[in-house]
Write a protein that binds this ligand. Structure first.
Ligand code: PLP
Length: 429
């Protein structure tokens, strides 16, 4: 039986294996490259969904983790002091941009968002949340309830009252003849209307990804979260930035995605890249919100010594090597190259730093084309390049390589993308 058949026999039916009936089994990695069980090497432009943030087999991380394992203490418990965890919390609080910040560690992004909701709902004594259409926040009961994708969310069963705001998608706005300024104004009007019509203003928080990840790297106009914040502040509503995909310099211009919006959130959630593959997530936020849970609360494995050792090594590496600067520089090469492609099937190449989305449409139309997207994806893989898929209509290719991507690797990937898009373009006409 193939490994895929064994997966199907033993895992729940809803558990997705995205990448087809010949899904790869990745067995090793080095730098920005991975090797599959058949011995084929690929340049990885998706990093296991932006999780492999600084590359594979990075000595500084492996050594830090090994050193921790060698102590014999992979995990003690929440009853004892964990030096690695406290040091990591100090660093994260420092880089968060939030004054007097507190950090709570979890094992995943879902748990991080679940915790942020818990803190926000408790401090506001409300279980009403504003979420953004097309957003993705995780796979727990509450985080699915605030996920604005039908295929990823848990139907109408929800522990929260959720009201939805538009994703202010700039491409769809442009297609409808709206400028960024129009979109921003419309989004803020929409927020005011939602607050006035379907809530009593007693909402706990608005949660937003500064750039929607699973949603296809869609983002609203710069400054939107700041404009929302002014309205939210009139009601005391908190702002949660889900930086699970956008944090740690990924977007090049800024260390956090929220910084494109002229606002500092009350809570930031993080996961994925900070562990570079080791299970680590958390919330960093204002002390008065983080302290609001009226019960003793802990996470047995959240911030365990091994994951925290990885997190410390990863964050040091990001800062010591100015990976934010690298993301900006190398991202510009990729964006420039992709934007110069003459493809009629490309509605938009968008992105920031090393978070780049390519949205595909039927030639000469604005109609989303998931089939062509899959075709480009397959051609890339055949050419030795791994990329991601996504978007509300399944018509976005997502590039989220490790922030250590070199210029040469960017050009190598660009050449494969260029050929793949040209082939798919010719076939689609
Ligand atoms: N938030 C965002 C923006 C994500 O992209 C994800 C995962 O893709 C999550 C939350 C959930 O994180 P996890 O899969 O670690 O639970």
């Amino acid at each position: 039986m193939s490994l895929l058949d064994r997966h199907r026999a033993v895992m729940p039916g809803w558990m997705p294996v995205y990448y087809g009936d010949d899904a790869l089994e990745i067995v090793s990695g080095s730098g920005r490259r991975v090797t599959d069980a058949r011995g084929r090497s690929y340049l990885d432009f998706f990093g296991g969904v932006l999780t492999n943030m600084i590359g594979y087999d990075i000595a500084e991380v492996s050594d830090a983790v090994r050193r921790q394992i060698d102590t014999g203490v992979a995990h003690t418990s929440t009853l004892y002091l964990i030096r690695q965890q406290i040091e990591l919390a100090e660093k994260i609080a420092r880089v968060s941009g939030i004054p007097d910040a507190r950090v709570f560690f979890t094992n995943s992004g879902s748990e991080a968002n679940e915790s942020a909701l818990l803190f926000a709902c408790n401090v506001r004594r409300s279980n009403q949340i504003l979420a953004i259409k097309n957003g993705y926040h995780g796979r727990t009961f509450a985080t699915m309830a605030i996920t604005g994708h039908r295929s990823w969310s848990s139907s109408s069963l929800t522990p929260l009252t959720v009201n939805w705001l538009s994703s202010a998608d700039r491409l769809r706005g442009r297609m409808a003849g709206l400028s960024d300024g129009d979109l921003l104004d419309a989004a803020v009007d929409d927020l005011r209307e939602v607050l006035a019509t379907v809530t009593a203003g007693d909402v706990a928080a608005l949660i937003a990804e500064p750039i929607q990840g699973v949603g296809g790297f869609v983002h609203g106009p710069d400054g939107l979260l700041g404009a929302y914040r002014k309205v939210l502040a009139e009601h005391g509503i908190l702002l949660i930035a889900d930086e699970v995909q956008t944090g740690w310099g990924r977007t090049g211009e800024h260390f956090w995605g929220y910084q494109a919006h002229g606002v500092t959130p009350d809570l930031i959630t993080f996961a994925k890249g900070i562990g570079n593959g080791f299970a680590l997530g958390g919330v960093v936020g204002r002390a008065e919100v983080m302290n609001a849970v009226p019960a003793i609360s802990f996470s047995t494995f959240g911030g365990n010594p091994v994951s925290a050792a990885a997190g410390n090594a990863v964050l040091d590496y990001v800062l010591d090597h100015d990976l934010q600067g690298n993301a900006k520089r190398v991202g510009e090469i990729l964006l420039g190259g992709l934007r110069s492609l003459p493809a009629t099937i490309l509605a938009e190449v968008r992105g920031r730093g090393l978070m780049i989305g390519l949205e595909f449409v039927r030639p000469g139309t604005t109609e989303p084309d998931p089939a062509t997207t899959v075709r480009v994806f397959d051609l890339c893989r055949e050419g030795g390049l791994l990329v991601g898929k996504g978007g509300l209509y399944g018509n976005v290719l997502r590039l989220g390589p490790a922030l250590t991507l070199t210029e040469e690797e960017a050009r190598e990937g660009l050449a494969i993308l260029t050929d793949s898009i040209a082939t798919a373009d010719a076939e689609a006409r």
